[in-house]
Design a protein around this ligand. Structure first.
Ligand SMILES: C[S@@+](CC[C@H](N)C(=O)[O-])C[C@H]1O[C@@H](n2cnc3c(N)ncnc32)[C@H](O)[C@@H]1O
Length: 436
C-alpha cells in the first residue's frame, strides 16, 4: 500500500484503567488530528503497549495533548520478543533517523520501564549497558536531558504468573506524555460546586474525546444538572455555586456560553443544526428522577412534541420513561447536530438482559462505539457514541417504530424497577449459594 511508506511507528503506553474506553478514545483523537487507526492495530486488547503507525510526530503530539487513556508516546526504534531480537531490530533502524538525537553536543538519559515486574537497580543498569552499540555521542544528563530514551519491558497481564523473561521489549525515543494529571486536577472532590450526580473528571474527558470535540465547537448537554446544592448540611446554593463559576475555577470561563432551564423532552430550540457535539449523562431514575413537563392528559407522542405551552401555563411533572427519553435524545441529536457531529451519552442497562439490539437506533446516527462501565454485579452503564451521517427529515423521528430495535429497547423502562426491586441482590445471593 503506497500510504504505508510514509507512516512512522510509535509506541503508545496506555493506562490500565477504563480499558474499553481506550480504543475509541485513541481512534477518535486520531481522526480529529489527521491520523488513522489501521485495522491491524486493533488487536491490543488489554495490553498497555500499542504500536501505532501514523504519518507524523505532530499528530502524535496532538494526540497526547488530549488523551487521558494514554500515558506516554515514544518514537519506536526497535521491538523484539527477546533482547537479541530487540538489538537486531535496533540495528536495522535507519541511522539517519537516530543521529539528530545522538550527536555530541546533546544530552540524554535512558529509562527502564517494566510492566508487571519490578527490576533491581543493578538489572536496570545491565539493560542500559547492553545498548552501548547504539551510536550515542552526547553526554548523559539525568536531571534535565534534551532527549529521553526508554526500554519498555512487557511481562504480561497476570500478576500471579510473572514470567522470567519479558514477552516483548521495546526501545523508543520519548515524545510526550498524555493528560492523565487532569484527572486529579479536575477531580470533583476539589470542585467548588458539585451535584450528587456530577460526572467523574476522567470519564468527562473521555466523553469529550469520544465526541471529537475541538476548539470553537459548540457543545450542548441537555441534562446538565439539577442546580440543587448537594454538599452535606447545605440547603441552598451560594451565589457563586454554578457552572460558570466552575469553569472560572479552571480558567475556562471564556468557553462558557450559557445555561437554560428547560425540559429535555420539549426542546425550546428553533429548528436548525447548532451543535458540533451533544455530550450528556441522562437521568437513570436512581439518584435523580426522570421527570418531564406535561399535562395530565397524555397526548399521543410525536404530535404534541413541538407544541408551545401558553405562557401562563404551569406544566405539571409527569414521569418520563427511560426508553422515551432516549428516543427523544436521539431525535433531538439527529435534528440539531451538524453533519459529522457526535452524540455521546450514557445508557443504563440491566446486564443479565442486555443485548446489543437494545442500544437505541436512529437512521441519521451511526453507532461509533459502545463501552461498558460496570456499576454493580447486575447493572452497568454504557457510553454510546453516535455520529450524524445523514440530514434529518421529519419522517426520521418515527423510524424507530419500524425498526427491530424498538421492542428490546423498551426493556430500559424496567431499569429503575429492577434496580430498586432487590432483584439484583437476590440474584447475587443465589449465585453465592450455588458457588458454596
Ligand atoms: C445523571 S444527572 C447528570 C448530571 C450532570 N452530568 C452533572 O455533572 O451534574 C441527570 C440530570 O438530568 C436532570 N433531568 C431529569 N429530567 C430532566 C428533563 N426532563 N429535562 C432536563 N433535565 C432533566 C436531573 O435533574 C439530573 O440533574
Amino acid at each position: 500500500m503506497a500510504l504505508s511508506c510514509t507512516l512512522n511507528r510509535y509506541l503508545l503506553l496506555m493506562a490500565q484503567e477504563h480499558l474499553e474506553f481506550r480504543l475509541p478514545e485513541i481512534k477518535s483523537l486520531l481522526l480529529l488530528f489527521g491520523g488513522q487507526f489501521a485495522s491491524s492495530q486493533e488487536t491490543y486488547g488489554k495490553s498497555p503497549f500499542w504500536i501505532l503507525s501514523i504519518p507524523s510526530e505532530d499528530i502524535a503530539r496532538n494526540l497526547m495533548k488530549r488523551t487521558v487513556c494514554a500515558k506516554s508516546i515514544f518514537e519506536l526504534w526497535g521491538h523484539g520478543q527477546s533482547p537479541e531480537e530487540l538489538y537486531s531490530s535496533l540495528k536495522n533502524y535507519p541511522v539517519e533517523k537516530m543521529v539528530p538525537f545522538l550527536h555530541s553536543d546533546s544530552t540524554y538519559k535512558i529509562k527502564i520501564h517494566t510492566f508487571n515486574k519490578t527490576l533491581t537497580q543493578e538489572e536496570k543498569i545491565k539493560r542500559i549497558d547492553a545498548l552501548e552499540f547504539l551510536p550515542f555521542e552526547g553526554k548523559v544528563n539525568l536531571k534535565k536531558p534534551q532527549h529521553v530514551f526508554s526500554v519498555l519491558e512487557d511481562y504480561g497481564l497476570d500478576p500471579n504468573c510473572i514470567p522470567e523473561n519479558p514477552h516483548n521489549i521495546y526501545f523508543g525515543r520519548w515524545i510526550a506524555d498524555g493528560q492523565r494529571e487532569l484527572i486529579e486536577s479536575y477531580s470533583v472532590k476539589k470542585r467548588h460546586f458539585i451535584g450528587n450526580t456530577s460526572m467523574d473528571a476522567g470519564l468527562s474527558f473521555i466523553m469529550a474525546n469520544h465526541g471529537k470535540v475541538k476548539e470553537n465547537d459548540i457543545v450542548f448537554d441537555p441534562f446538565v444538572g439539577t442546580g440543587k446544592a448537594t454538599r452535606k448540611n447545605q440547603k441552598w446554593r451560594g451565589p457563586d455555586e454554578n457552572i460558570r463559576a466552575n469553569l472560572r475555577q479552571y480558567g475556562l470561563e471564556k468557553y462558557y456560553l450559557d445555561v437554560l432551564v428547560s425540559d429535555a423532552s420539549k426542546p425550546s430550540w428553533r429548528k436548525g443544526t447548532y451543535f458540533d457535539a451533544i455530550i450528556t449523562d441522562p437521568p437513570y431514575g436512581i439518584r435523580e428522577s426522570t421527570r418531564r413537563t406535561g399535562s395530565q392528559k397524555e397526548i399521543p407522542k410525536g404530535i404534541e412534541k413541538w407544541e408551545k405551552c401558553p405562557e401562563s401555563h404551569v406544566p405539571v411533572s409527569l414521569s418520563y420513561h427511560l426508553s422515551d427519553m432516549f428516543l427523544d435524545l436521539l431525535n433531538f441529536a439527529a435534528e440539531t447536530l451538524v453533519l459529522g457531529g457526535r452524540l455521546v451519552y450514557w445508557l443504563p442497562v440491566y446486564t443479565p438482559e442486555y443485548t446489543e439490539e437494545m442500544v437505541p437506533w436512529h437512521p441519521c446516527l451511526e453507532l461509533v462505539s459502545n463501552c461498558e462501565q460496570k456499576l454493580s454485579s447486575h447493572t452497568s452503564r454504557r457510553l454510546i457514541t453516535m455520529e450524524k451521517v445523514k440530514k434529518f427529515e421529519n419522517r426520521d423521528q418515527y423510524s424507530h417504530l419500524l425498526s427491530d430495535h424498538f421492542l428490546p429497547y423498551q426493556g430500559h423502562n424496567s431499569f429503575r424497577e429492577k434496580y430498586f426491586s432487590g432483584v439484583t441482590k437476590r440474584i447475587a445471593k443465589e449465585e453465592k449459594s450455588t458457588q458454596e
